[in-house]
Write a protein that binds this ligand. Structure first.
Ligand SMILES: [Fe+2]
Length: 327
């Protein structure tokens, strides 16, 4: 799909959800934002480059927005396909993006040891198969840097943390368009058929809220995410930002209310099971994905002194500080 001359979206699919990989061009210089999984990098991307008349050698940059298998899994394959490409990512995300094993343990298996929440072996294998070998990243950025694709075509890197610490976005100032990756996520992810399929997966509540504010107040007239429809006017952008913030507020309120009624302690698993239906219509089997956002809310509550956590047993138990409990 062409967004405008010099910007195309390579349309892919990940687990029944859309995955849009932006390709930005000026003359023969091209920059690819995210490389999809190993399978996307081996199949969808080379086909799209050929269809668009872009030689793989002319892809000079591959900027990875954040460490998730559908955004960085194909980095080794893309480096082989595009030998002149320099792979870049956010500084804080480098270690996760360079190592598929670390990515799996930190991102996808993070809640096994303390909370007993983990993927079944079949899903684990499917996630691991999204990546192949470790791939070094050539450059890391912290936001504020620019790429000059042409005399009047400057792309700005923005730091949009919350889903990951180093999450990057790319702003094409000439076209007033922000490519935000998965930086904000509305009320969740929909399938290609338009059905709710996954909850939001942000991790760090404070920085996620700040990123929503950044996008809400930015000059972009168009915003383009990796899994959401392109939004081409300010009203639609503000609405998506409001939807993203509302989810955070609602999740925070539901967690606090539940903790206040269960003063003896609540596990992360119990929160996911009991609150999933109240937050969205995604299939029941993905409700444990709420562990990402919920652990962020719980950590934020612990850091701000509202919540205490008992870590001596298994699984960890959370409760409100005494003054805030209803029993
Ligand atoms: Fe994603």
């Amino acid at each position: 799909m062409q967004l405008y001359p010099g910007a195309d979206l390579i349309e892919c699919e990940i687990n029944g959800r859309p995955l849009y990989l932006p390709l930005l061009r000026e003359g023969r210089k091209a920059l690819l934002l995210d490389c999809g999984t190993k399978q996307h990098a081996e199949n969808d991307i080379p086909k799209a480059l050929s269809r668009l008349g872009v030689a793989p050698e002319d892809v000079l940059w591959v900027v990875i927005t954040h460490p998730d298998a559908d955004h960085c899994g194909g980095s080794a394959e893309i480096q082989r396909l595009c030998p002149n490409a320099r792979i870049a990512c956010g500084e804080a995300d480098r270690a996760l993006i360079e190592s598929p094993d670390y990515l799996y343990s930190f991102r996808y298996d993070a809640y096994r040891k303390d909370h007993g929440i983990f993927f079944d072996p079949e899903t684990e294998l499917a996630i691991r198969n999204c990546s192949s070998t470790a791939q070094p990243v050539a450059f890391t950025f912290t936001g504020g840097e620019t790429f000059r694709l042409g005399p009047d075509r400057v792309l700005e890197l923005w730091h949009l943390p919350g889903h990951s610490h180093g999450h990057l976005g790319l702003y094409d100032s000439k076209h007033g368009t922000l490519f935000y990756g998965d930086a904000i996520q509305g009320a969740g992810y929909r399938s290609l058929a338009g059905l709710w399929t996954l909850c939001p997966t942000y991790l760090y509540v404070e920085s996620y809220l700040q990123t929503i504010r950044t996008i809400e107040t930015c000059p972009a007239e168009t915003i383009v995410g990796c899994h959401w429809p392109v939004l081409r006017d300010r009203q639609a952008i503000l609405q998506f930002c409001a939807e993203s913030r509302n989810f955070v507020s609602q999740a925070d309120r539901l967690i606090r209310d539940y903790l206040s009624k269960h003063g003896s302690g609540v596990s992360l698993r119990e929160l996911c099971e009991r609150l999933s239906d109240q937050l969205g219509d995604w299939p029941w089997e993905v409700h444990f994905e709420l562990a990402n956002a919920f652990s962020g809310h719980l950590d934020y509550g612990v850091q701000s002194g509202r919540i205490e956590v008992e870590t001596s047993g298994f699984p960890f138990q959370y409760r409100l500080k005494k003054a805030d409990r209803k029993n």
